[in-house]
Design a protein around this ligand. Sequence first.
Ligand SMILES: [Zn+2]
Length: 113
Amino acid sequence: MFLPVSVIHTLDNRAFIVDGEKWTPVPVGTTLEEARLIHRKMFPFVYAPKPKPKFRPGYRTIKMKSLTHRNVYYYVRVLDDGRVECDCPGYRYRHECRHTKHVLSAIRKLKGV
Ligand SMILES: [Zn+2]
């Protein structure tokens, strides 16, 4: 499978692979075909099959639509101790993501803090 990836050449003679959120510099003249291969090599976790979300007792799971990829959903889990986890590639990589931030701010609003 190939995700929507495009190659952008900037006016100051640089080139980037763009996949929605990430801009990755590549050699000028990179073709779309090459860009897809590079992208796949650099971000293998994006292409890896997604593990099934685990529904464990005491967890609340919120299904969130990906903003960058159509028909992709991520599962944000609110744990009993108030921590929030997500199964998107960004969270696996950085241990935070816009999905967990969104859920945390919604929880704060509900609690009025
Ligand atoms: Zn996420």
